[in-house]
Design a protein around this ligand. Sequence first.
Ligand code: NAP
Length: 277
Amino acid sequence: MYLYQGKTALITGASSGIGATFAYELAARGMDIVLVARSEERLQALATEIVQRHGRKVEVIAADLSDTQGVALVIQEVESRGLTIDLLVNNAGIGTHGYFETIAPERDQQLVMLNVAAVVALSHAFLPAMAARGEGAVINVGSTASFQPVQYMPAYGASKAFVLSFSTALAEEYRHKGVRILALCPGATITSFFETAGEEAAMGSKRTSKQAVTTALRALEQGRSVVVDGFMNMLISHASRILSRSIMARITGNGLRPGHSQKNKKNKKQTTVNMVK
Ligand SMILES: NC(=O)c1ccc[n+]([C@@H]2O[C@H](COP(=O)([O-])OP(=O)(O)OC[C@H]3O[C@@H](n4cnc5c(N)ncnc54)[C@H](OP(=O)(O)O)[C@@H]3O)[C@@H](O)[C@H]2O)c1
């Protein structure tokens, strides 16, 4: 049992994809919402829509969470606006993909700051107060990439392994203090993630952000500490328990090798031509 009504959720990366869906779904369950991302206009538009649809209070904080000053701004704004955060959704994240030497070092730096450092900093900011009140929750968005090394996305895979490890450790520490902590691990999901990470960063068929969020909220209500979205994704994530880390890295490399999708398209075309012949 988890009670949403009348409580406040802060969602990072709320301007699109999984974060925006969390905002709609949590408002629909009776929560007030604090939207955080860089695109202020998109957040304002989303806020207006949520207020109209669900009649909840919505706050917007525009901040770059890959910057420690951006993280500090969010914490300061929450305090100065007198907000109490009952549910923290650490969702903002980016991916980088390619041969390592082709990935811009500053993009990987941003990734580590956003996917890892901001998650830790915001947890430090809001978890102690939840524990003091004896209630609260945190949802950290990991990935199926959390379960094994990911060739051609090494920093992304490592950042999501961090999220899973961090979340499950904290879940046990806070379990007896009335605070629930959940790692949501989606597989490929239809969002704008692949506009930044590149289309070739996708493996397997994509699910929707609504499916991922529904899975997360059901798991939160059940008091689980980890949930993988989708049955096939769950089966695949279990493979890492049996196979070695090197083999898992090789398997992910087969699906994510730069240029593989072009090659597959070419092969498909060739096969179609042969079949027509
Ligand atoms: N889509 C997938 O296949 C998939 C699979 C597994 C896990 N995930 C994880 O799901 C989470 C959400 O991603 P998504 O798929 O919903 O992608 P998305 O649609 O691209 O959303 C990413 C969100 O993060 C925000 N963001 C990016 N950089 C930021 C920064 N420096 N500071 C603050 N906010 C920032 C973006 O807003 P602004 O650009 O406005 O800042 C946006 O709201 C990520 O952690 C991702 O790793 C996604």
